[in-house]
Design a protein around this ligand. Structure first.
Ligand code: NAP
Length: 475
């Protein structure tokens, strides 16, 4: 009798891999599991007696491969980078034509393109799959962004549809395009996540330093906001974060946490890729830069001493109904602008790589399971669902009215924060982008003049066709 009983396999029994395997087992599939330290694979089965019948731990990669039904599907859930290349190198000789390797980690999409090309002609198939939702998402339903050959998708689709999060019954998983498409979309997801979190943190800064509110009061406000336009996972958890008390000191938990943010790189990749595509995602960039500056805490403390005599002015924020409504509206508007930037980066990448990314579908599969899940994404999905080309979310009829209405609040909040010396880098980047984006006549004519003067780079005239160079006075 063949040992090949498993429908699918997962390599890497860390936080994500183990939870993904349990999710697969719970949905009725038999899942083979393997880890470089094999005990962890056996522990996943032994620690979960309810699902043990569907979990097949393997001592070695050879046993893992033997336990898989053909065509074999092996999902890697190991750290991005070299570990993925190493695992591919080890398993490839054990597989046969038609078998599928799936990288479900947070890969740089450029690596995914390279790996897709490397397997071409070998008979093996490679899928780059972004998985969002953290540990709980992996366990109970993540949002899954798939890239790879379209013909390969049906081999993994039945399992993915079952394990993915559901939004009103629809599975939050889709094939998005060839090679690096899935990982690129996951990268932009994370960049938007950074911007979302930074903007919330900036509003928290205004509440703390401008309004002098206690965290418990802030939690109440965020809970209230979570019942309207801003309703989202990140707003929901922010209220929980702010309400929590430290068991040791009884102080609000947020006040015992050091103000240095960690990052693993995907937000930075999103910004770099957007820049490479000529689509400056300035709110994402502000968020990445703010995390970088946050980690220079002692340097910031020195700077605070150097500038302690600087009078910033008065922040005129009010914690009354109108003042809080203004903050809420500013956050909604800045959020729309951040998503517009992320979507612009995806549209540009789609064109550059010939991916034909289904932007509306991406909003649909982000509505549940992932960290940026929200009702707002349903609005984006609907904007793309109308069959017309959406040049930019800021030009979509569904959003023009909302942004036009909310921009005044964003403007007032950014202006007051600037006057009060409260940093709001992502909110102000959103406002600056909006003002720049809606200005028909910009100032790049002067930049062109400068470039032509010092480098004979030429420029175009309004009244004639073609590039020209002007003989500027010698400087
Ligand atoms: P993790 O908890 O650190 O687990 C990593 C796993 O990979 C462990 O099983 C580890 O084996 C194995 N591993 C480490 N280095 C390896 C190598 N060189 N060769 C083979 N196996 C190796 O990581 P994780 O949080 O599950 O993340 C896995 C992937 O998912 C990463 O790409 C991550 O970016 C992505 N991701 C994470 C999250 C999240 O919220 N954590 C969310 C989305 C995506 P040992 O047990 O032997 O150390």
């Amino acid at each position: 009798m063949s040992d090949a009983t498993a429908d699918i396999g997962v390599i890497g029994m860390g936080v994500m891999g183990a939870n993904l395997a349990l999710n697969i087992a719970e949905k009725g599939f038999k899942v083979a599991v393997q880890n470089r330290t094999p005990e962890k694979a056996f522990a996943v089965r032994d620690d979960n007696p309810d699902l043990a019948g569907n979990i097949v731990p393997a001592e070695s990669l050879e046993d893992f491969v033997k336990s898989l039904k053909t065509p074999r599907v092996a999902i890697f859930m190991v750290p991005a980078g070299q570990p993925v290349d190493d695992e591919m190198k080890k398993i490839a000789p054990l597989l046969e034509a038609g078998d599928v390797m799936v990288d479900a980690g947070n890969a740089d999409f450029n690596d995914t393109v390279r790996r897709s090309q490397a397997v071409e002609g070998t008979g093996l198939k490679f899928v780059g799959m972004g998985v969002s939702g953290g540990e709980l998402g992996a366990r109970h339903g993540p949002s899954i962004m798939v890239g790879g050959a379209k013909e390969t998708y049906p081999l993994i689709e039945p399992v993915l549809t079952k394990i993915a999060a559901k939004y009103e019954g629809e599975a939050c998983v889709a094939w998005l395009g060839p090679d690096g498409a899935g990982h690129f979309v996951k990268t932009i997801h994370n960049g938007i996540e950074y911007a979302d979190m930074q903007m919330i943190a900036e509003i928290y800064g205004i509440m703390r330093d401008g309004l002098k509110l206690e965290p418990a009061k802030m939690a109440e406000i965020f809970r209230d906001w979570n019942s309207r336009e801003l309703a989202s996972y990140l707003i929901e958890i922010t209220a929980v974060n702010l309400d929590e008390k430290d068991p040791e000191t009884q102080k609000p938990m947020v006040e015992v946490i050091v103000d240095e943010a960690g990052q693993k790189g995907t937000g930075r990749w999103a910004v770099i890729e957007a820049e490479k595509l000529g689509v400056g995602a300035t709110t994402l960039e502000a968020a990445v830069a703010a995390r970088g500056l946050s980690s220079r805490r002692s340097e910031r403390a020195d700077a605070a001493r150097l500038y302690d005599k600087v009078e910033a002015g008065q922040a005129q924020f009010f914690a009354d109904e109108a003042g809080l409504a203004e903050l809420e509206s500013a956050l909604v508007t800045a959020k729309i602008i951040a998503y517009a930037q992320g979507y612009a980066a995806m549209a540009a990448a789609s064109e550059e790589n010939g991916w034909n990314l289904p932007l509306g579908t991406i909003a649909e599969i982000w509505r549940a399971g992932c960290i940026i899940r929200s009702h707002f994404l349903d609005d984006i999905a609907k904007a793309y669902d109308k069959g017309h080309t959406v040049v930019n979310i800021l030009q979509s009829p569904d959003f023009v009215g909302r942004v036009a209405k909310g921009q005044a609040a964003l403007r007032r909040v950014v202006a007051k924060a600037a006057l009060g010396g409260i940093p709001v880098p992502a909110l102000s980047a959103a406002l600056a982008y909006f003002d720049d984006y809606r200005r028909a006549r910009g100032t790049a004519n002067l930049i062109q003049a400068q470039r032509d003067l010092f480098g004979a780079h030429t420029f175009h005239r309004f009244d004639k066709d073609g590039a020209v160079h002007h003989q500027w006075p010698a400087v």
